[in-house]
Design a protein around this ligand. Sequence first.
Ligand SMILES: C[S@@+](CC[C@H](N)C(=O)[O-])C[C@H]1O[C@@H](n2cnc3c(N)ncnc32)[C@H](O)[C@@H]1O
Length: 246
Amino acid sequence: MLFVLGVLAAVALVFFIVRWQGQHHPRPMPYWLEGLFLDNPLRRWMFGSRFVLDLAEVAEGERVGEVGSGIGYVSAAIAERVGAGGSVQALDQSARAVRATDRRLLAYKAAHGVARGDATALPWPSGSLDAVVMVAMLGEIPAERRVLALSEVQRVLRPGGRLVVVEYWPDPHFLSQEVLARYLTAARFRVEASRQRFGQYGFRARPHGHGCREGGSGPGLGGSGSLTVYDRVRQLDHADRLTVGC
Ligand SMILES: C[S@@+](CC[C@H](N)C(=O)[O-])C[C@H]1O[C@@H](n2cnc3c(N)ncnc32)[C@H](O)[C@@H]1O
């Protein structure tokens, strides 16, 4: 009995440390963990791609991007849904993740492109995508660059295009709904739908103004050059403020 309690306490402690680290010093998930966590029966059962695709209302023939594709689990599901007449564009900062996504997408008829790069400088042309998804990835970007990343999404979306952000609670980089809503507002997205299921939620949002990059210069955030976003996690811990520059 004591042994079991000890093991449980050790697991809880490791979870707490990893989570603290993820919230306060975010960094991309290492590739060697992705094979373990991003495609397994538990994920398919609890955090399946259908949740994302349905919220994004991905339809046949559409052009859809995934920022932070990991090993391509969600990108592959998008490719299946958009079919031969559609296309998938995936991006990840990890070369190995890019190769893994590319390999997966080869199995589908949809046109595809997979690029290595950073979420704050997307390689896709302005207005070229119907929808973009970001699944369990926004929190891996350092807090002060998240609005910039969202503004990049705004740039690559066609007018009226949509962004879907999905967060999983067990993820050490999990962003609460409150915090995510503030980032989206700061990047001039309007949340039009949300969906929630045990351990996960998602927002569908559309641009309603000018992002940081609009016009190629200036913050587009009321002319101040920066915007203060209160991060609930930090507020609780440090009564701190984040200044989000664009
Ligand atoms: C937790 S994984 C999720 C992968 C995928 N969205 C999924 O749900 O299966 C997050 C991915 O985002 C990528 N990532 C993190 N920060 C990034 C950044 N600034 N630019 C591009 N990719 C990034 C990581 O390399 C990692 O592959």
